[in-house]
Design a protein around this ligand. Sequence first.
Ligand code: GLY
Length: 350
Amino acid sequence: MKTKISRRSFIKSGIGAGTAAIFSGGKKGSGMQRNRGKKVVISSANGQRATEKAMQLLDEGLDPLDAVIAGVNIIESDPEDMTVGYGGLPNEDGVVELDASVMHGPTHNGGAVASIRNIKNPSKVAKLVMERTAHALIVGRGALRFAKNHGFKEENLLTDRARKIWLKHKEQLSDQDFWYPPKSKKLESRVRSFVESHGTINCCVLDANGDLASVTTTSGFFFKIPGRVGDSPIIGAGLYVDNDVGAAGSTGLGEANILTCGSNMVVEFMRDGFSPEEACLRALKRIIAKSKLWPERLDSKGLPRFDVNFYAVNKKGEYAGTAIWKGRYYSVNDGKENKLKPSAYLFERP
Ligand code: GLY
């Protein structure tokens, strides 16, 4: 007997399933061994509480995507992290705009929201886009309306601390306007280090069944032009998952990453047999090679002025955190311990 398939369920599952079969050549786990029950959660350095929480939830049997979303929700809700969610630094108009994406390996499905205002957990909204619509990305006012329709409450995401830093930034932009210079030019040192490192959180997971998932969430570039969207909500750039191969995600300068579809590239390098670390470093080298066409991004020695970080885990449970520049860290929980590790890197600053 034929099963009736609606246009909507065809779009959401039919094409997805067909595409996965084409990309994997119809062979499950081609080129990759199973992980024999290994569990790994990795994240950017600001995600130690996320990796801890996600592992705890995996142990309780939660779906891997739900586990990492619950992990990053802690950071999204924390006003102390000024690069993600509530308390994130605003755009140039003083408004916090958030980007997030999710991808679920077992169903090869994903969802994202971009430039969403007033909702502190955009990763949860991204998951609803994946689960409850035939779309992959909803932006701006449409994303806010969608979130409210699903019961999310609007709240002001601009904390006093973020507002004061934004004001100081405005005051020191120019001596050709009506703003007096700030009384002190110094930004707080913790904020300065966020500004330099760009922030954002990505969290990737491999569960004991060999299933993968990933989430990336951010308040984006500080003081960005309103409506600017970074790499975080762009599936293929800010994250990518192929349940036959591995999961990858990024933080750092989104524009450089978008223009090379970095996370997809990392997963494809892993499919070709490279370890997560080699795959990430190769993708970083590609970003740098392409940046040579954009001289403003390079210093006088031709080295990148920016940083991009990739985090990746493969089907076997091997993982890596990497950066263009030495000095970055990533958080990993392998089921035994939850700790920060130094990222592999391409260059050391003099
Ligand atoms: N990687 C985060 C952003 O550029 O918005």
